[in-house]
Structure formats: C-alpha cells, structure tokens
Write a protein that binds this ligand. Sequence first.
Ligand SMILES: Cc1cc2nc3c(=O)[nH]c(=O)nc-3n(C[C@H](O)[C@H](O)[C@H](O)COP(=O)(O)O)c2cc1C
Length: 171
Amino acid sequence: MVIYESMFGDNQEVAQAITAGLTEGGVVAEAVEVGEAPGRLDEDVSLVVVGAPNHAWSIPRPATRQTTADAADGPLVSQGPGVREWLRKAHLPTGVRTAAWDTRGSSPKPVVAMDHASSTIEKRLTKLGGTTLTPAEHFTVVDMKGPLEPGELERAHAWGVTLAGALHPTT
Ligand SMILES: Cc1cc2nc3c(=O)[nH]c(=O)nc-3n(C[C@H](O)[C@H](O)[C@H](O)COP(=O)(O)O)c2cc1C
C-alpha cells in the first residue's frame, strides 16, 4: 500500500508512479490518499510506502496545512488530517516492510539539507513495528506548488521497481 499526503498534487503523482513501478515489479499495489487509508492495515499487506511534502522541514502540521490552503488557488488534494496524524495511530501488520519518501525544493541547498519529513516518517514506521526495506527517497519540486523537476516521476517509477525487487528478491 502506497499512502500519500499531497497539497498541490506532486506527492499524489509520485505515489502513482511508485505504484506503477511496484506493479511492473510484480507486486499488487495501490496508491491511497492518507485520508482514505485505514487505521488498521490488513494482515496481507506486506509493504507500506508512505510519503509527504516537507513543510517547514518536516511532515505537514495543521498550521502549515492552513497556510497552504490560504495560499492555494483551489482545493488541495489532501484536506483532512495527514500522514503525521495517521502515523500516530496506525496499526501495521506483523512483519510488514516499510519505506518512506518526501518531496522538497531544490535550493538553497544548506536549507533543503535540513528537511527531514521522510526520515521522520521512516522512524515512526519503525516505531509502529515495520522494518525498513530500503532507505528513504527524496523527490524535488521546481516551486512550492510544483511541478516536479523533470525526470522525477521516472525516478519514482524506478524506485517502485527497486522496492518490488527488494521485497521479492529473485536471488
Ligand atoms: C507551508 C509550506 C512550507 C514548506 N516548507 C518547505 C521546506 O521546509 N522545505 C522544502 O524543501 N520545501 C518546503 N515547501 C515546499 C513543499 O515541499 C512543496 O510545496 C511540496 O513538495 C509540493 O508537494 P505537493 O504538491 O504534494 O504538496 C513548503 C511548502 C509549503 C506550502
């Protein structure tokens, strides 16, 4: 299950690309907006991949979501509680493998280096009992409202294929 939070649609696109990559790698996968994600995942879920944008260097908070809604021209993709809230109460299946991603700007580099949404997601998934399958991944947006930089969706797709290979190694 690929769970995402997204304001302007970039993480939604990344989630769909990861899902397509997982599918190509032979894993039955679906992308789910975090508001639609069950609090208790079915025991047959073997991999949970979770992603969100960096807001003020971390996973969105209610205040940063409100700032975003105020600045947006239209409705946001994710409008309710997000990944931060989901990770507080989620019940993961026994033995589940996990992976995390985030989106972030590209500059200034020393500031972007402080972004930790994906590492926070990774740590929380581990606290919930998951085992990290591969290190967290980052995807870059051109501007606050996107779009993703050229090539990022292809990289997200390739990461999905990599996750599938790590989940079901052939050798
Ligand atoms: C309130 C707010 C705070 C942000 N803070 C950061 C930040 O600390 N670091 C960063 O790289 N990008 C930051 N951004 C840019 C977001 O990462 C960008 O909007 C997001 O990746 C787009 O993904 P989405 O379309 O799925 O929401 C911020 C954006 C907003 C709206």
